[in-house]
Design a protein around this ligand. Structure first.
Ligand SMILES: [Fe+2]
Ligand SMILES: [Fe+2]
Ligand SMILES: [Fe+2]
Length: 421
């Protein structure tokens, strides 16, 4: 029987939004606020449940395309008028996964103002109602002052929104908002520490079942979110994935385990979404504080994937890639006896790829240098020496598989850059 993976997309997105907003305290729950408000508006407009769900999914990821911290901050200004590029980027990132296509369309146009109805279209494309709902919800969220209690702010926020009715916002949506705005719960939920729970309970999203091909599409979407943030990382996960899969075969893992290694390679750096690109791309040595932030990334990979029970094995393979056999790795300080073969394989694949891949500021290392370093790590009980041996025996074909995967990712990344202009 073919394996199926059960996924409640919403639970996953909910966690993902946590780490997206974790980059800065200023962003605190922004994605959740927009998602919850968009859902309340969609309910008030009596949109079909299916559409409500798509709107919530779009809301919870709407700024995924704003990649650096500076850009994320820019999206947090009410008056910001340069939102189209991150919206477009968000669209291209997620529209490759069928169940998210509608949400991708909504994200694409979530910065198009209404302008007395002109905003029904953008450059000839029809703007979905969901986009206009997100646009309004986003702006309401931006008007909330974090350092003041919320109920005293309602009248000011209403006034600002009314002022922009028919200019920025569709009047019918403003009416729906004004109706909600008189109810305290609408506001209290937005600033409540329980907002994530509230969203989870309000969303009527069923679980879906993914076959291998679907899971690959889903993990590719995440790979693109992680890697395409920076030319420094644009192909890294593909390289790790191909290397790990190849090593898995050599180590005698069966087809399904090798497939899971491939997926784990795509997901292993998921937690980097919580790290500002300013740190990822820093040319100089990281300060202690920056390094500590960086070290948290595998912890976040683990926690974001944890609620998806059917990905438990993949999560272990991916999230343990900075654990070391002698127990000096992070974040769980596991040692050899706790690390499944898949995790040990992925750890080697990660180091191998990091050493051999070209980066914008340097060429990848030679075979000899790479083997020297891997050997040392094997001897010192950091990496599994038997796996390091596999690399030594079959170095050229492993490296070839890695290069091919990274080349094809590079093409994909270039195409992506061309699409977003
Ligand atoms: Fe935005
Ligand atoms: Fe936003
Ligand atoms: Fe990593």
């Amino acid at each position: 029987m073919k394996k199926q993976y059960r996924l409640r997309i919403f639970d996953f997105l909910n966690c993902l939004s946590d780490i997206l907003d974790w980059i800065s305290p200023v962003l605190n729950d922004h994605h959740k606020q927009v998602a919850l408000m968009a859902m309340r508006l969609a309910e008030a407009l009596e949109l079909p449940v299916l559409e409500q769900n798509e709107i919530v999914c779009a809301g919870i990821l709407h700024d995924i395309g704003a990649i650096s911290l500076a850009e994320r901050m820019e999206t947090m200004r009410f008056e910001n008028t340069t939102g189209q590029s991150h919206a477009e980027l968000g669209y291209y990132l997620i529209n490759i996964f069928e169940p998210m296509k509608k949400a991708a369309d909504m994200i694409r146009f979530h910065h198009v103002p209404w302008e007395s109805g002109k905003g029904r279209f953008y450059k000839g494309w029809q703007v979905p109602l969901g986009s206009r709902i997100l646009f309004l919800a986003d702006h309401i969220a931006l008007l909330i002052k974090k350092n003041r209690e919320i109920l005293g702010q309602i009248e000011d926020i209403k006034a600002r929104i009314i002022h922009e009715s028919d200019v920025l916002f569709e009047p019918a949506l403003v009416d729906a908002f004004l109706n909600l705005a008189d109810r305290e719960y609408f506001w209290l939920d937005l600033v409540s520490p329980l907002i994530g729970k509230q969203l989870e309970q309000s969303v009527k999203l069923e679980a879906i079942f993914l076959n291998n091909q679907d899971l690959l599409a889903f993990s590719s979407l995440i790979r693109r979110m992680i890697d395409f943030r920076s030319p420094f990382t644009a192909t890294h996960s593909s390289g790790v994935s191909a290397t790990a899969q190849y090593l898995g075969k050599l180590a005698g893992l069966n087809e399904s385990e090798c497939f899971e290694l491939k997926v784990a390679g795509y997901l292993h750096d998921l937690g980097k979404l919580a790290i500002p690109t300013e740190i990822l791309e820093k040319p100089d040595k990281l300060t202690n504080e920056e390094f500590n932030l960086m070290r948290a990334h595998t912890f976040y990979t683990y926690r974001v994937l944890q609620p998806i029970e059917d990905l438990a094995q993949i999560n272990m393979y991916g999230s343990y890639h900075h654990e070391r056999l002698d127990g000096t790795g992070y974040p769980f300080r596991l040692s050899r006896k706790d690390l499944p073969l898949g995790s040990r394989l992925l750890a080697v694949a990660d180091v191998f790829t990091a050493l051999t891949e070209d980066r914008p500021y340097r060429k990848g290392m030679s075979n000899e240098q790479t083997i020297l370093i891997l050997d040392k790590m094997g001897e010192n009980n950091k990496l599994d020496p038997e796996i390091v041996n596999l690399i030594k025996i079959d170095h050229d074909s492993i490296n070839q598989a890695r290069i091919e995967a990274q080349n094809s990712s590079r093409d994909e990344y270039r195409k992506f850059l061309a699409e977003i202009g």
